[in-house]
Design a binder for this molecule. Structure first.
Ligand SMILES: Nc1ncnc2c1ncn2[C@@H]1O[C@H](COP(=O)(O)OP(=O)(O)OP(=O)(O)O)[C@@H](O)[C@H]1O
Ligand SMILES: [Mg+2]
Length: 381
């Protein structure tokens, strides 16, 4: 799977870019604040509708402009797929696959697979539970687009329930039967979210453990899903769970927490409160691992994601590596660059080429990005 052309109109600091990629190893260089990450972000956004930095789509539109158009031509199985996104708020964003408009996100996704790896991922283990949930849900959604739809449905129901809880004003003895309606919907949608997360983590661990032990030499990685509904689940033991069994626990928990939820006027249990923990030889790595050990875990997880995509879809994901090489030591750099081998198209950003070994640079096409007065531009280096 390759990207062979990208066109940007008013995307971040790009006014008008039309760039052909005719190589599978690409290096985007340039000084700070020129537009390297922005270009990588555009490609990742086309593939996954997720962005490295933006919280809202509108942040992607070039300042002072009112719309943005992002278009990419990808090759898979020897034929071309064109993906296009038009942002023109307050209108809903327009999604097109091969010039045909798609109304549902799930119809747009799963055409192209990419895995992004940026310096903020290196902090995954140090970040907060929300960072880990976002990472997990994005990874799950890229393989199972229905997951993304389910998350947004779950969040909508949760907002409605929270509004109702607020309207009760903390009174646990008032009329609150409507709560059961929201709770039922939350339990059904939420248990499917949890089940898919568990199954995904189980599959991911198989590959991640291999990658991890290879680089750490002998340590064993484990993953525990910290659930507010099921408590701690070692993801190797997920087969005992079905969505019906999880839903049953969900109802029990909601009953237990009913008064607390009314008093606090918020939903206190569910997948929006869950977390993931990583253990090395049964030691909690978030609490005790060194920075290097934590980075090894993140690296193993990212490479495992590409393996999982290949095993589920047969495709080699496009790898988007934003500035990570400089942050990894020699051993991990070599492991990353060797680990991705020839199979993946790899687009890497870096201020310079100092961190790359000569052998890698021999086969890579280097582009230079320069911010001119009004827009960023790209020149072959
Ligand atoms: N919506 C936007 N409109 C116009 N410019 C933007 C927008 N969003 C970000 N920028 C600008 O784009 C510039 C380039 O950002 P980018 O993150 O791509 O830099 P970079 O080349 O990756 O730099 P670094 O090496 O520091 O990571 C920044 O100066 C930023 O202010
Ligand atoms: Mg950058």
């Amino acid at each position: 799977m390759f990207i062979k052309n990208v066109q940007l109109r008013n995307f971040r600091n790009y006014s008008d870019l039309n760039l052909d990629f005719d190589a599978d190893k690409i290096l985007l260089t340039g000084k700070n604040a020129q537009g390297k990450t922005n270009l990588l972000e555009a490609i990742g956004y086309l593939a996954s509708l997720k962005t490295i930095k933006a919280k809202h789509d509108s942040e992607l539109i070039k300042w002072g402009e009112d719309f943005s158009k992002i278009k990419g031509v990808f090759t898979k199985n020897d034929s071309d797929t064109t993906l296009e996104i038009v942002l023109n708020p307050p209108k809903k964003k327009l999604l097109k696959v091969n010039e045909i408009k798609k109304n549902k996100t799930s119809e747009y996704l799963s055409n192209i697979f990419s895995v992004s790896f940026s310096t903020s991922d290196l902090a995954l283990l140090r970040g907060n539970p929300e960072d880990r949930r976002t990472w997990l849900d994005e990874a799950v959604s890229s393989l199972y687009p229905a997951h993304a739809d389910r998350i947004s449905k779950y969040n909508k129901i949760r907002t409605q329930k929270n509004n109702f809880l607020k309207s009760l004003g903390g009174n646990i003895n008032g009329e609150n039967a409507l709560l059961d309606v929201w709770n039922e919907q939350l339990a059904i949608t939420g248990s499917n979210i949890i089940l898919l997360r568990l199954n995904f983590l189980k599959e991911l661990l198989k590959y991640a453990r291999q990658k991890h032990s290879h680089i750490s030499l002998k340590e064993t990685l484990s993953i525990v899903y910290n659930s507010s509904i099921l408590e701690d689940v070692n993801v190797e033991d997920v087969s005992e769970w079905t969505s019906a069994k999880i839903a049953e626990k969900f109802y029990e928990r909601l009953d237990e927490k009913r008064n607390e939820e009314i008093i606090r006027a918020q939903s206190v249990v569910g997948p929006h409160r869950d977390d993931v923990s990583f253990f090395i030889d049964n030691i909690n790595s978030q609490k005790f691992a060194s920075q290097g050990q934590q980075r090894t875990i993140v690296l193993a997880l990212k490479l495992a994601e590409t393996e999982l995509i290949r095993s589920k879809t047969g495709y080699n994901a496009i790898l988007l590596l934003d500035d990570v090489l400089a942050e990894l030591d020699d051993i991990r750099q070599t492991y990353l660059l060797n680990g991705i081998e020839e199979r993946h198209q790899t687009i890497i950003t870096s201020v310079d080429t100092l961190h790359f070994d000569k052998r890698y640079l021999e086969n890579v096409k280097i582009y230079k990005i320069i911010q001119n007065e009004n827009s960023a531009d790209i020149i072959p280096a």
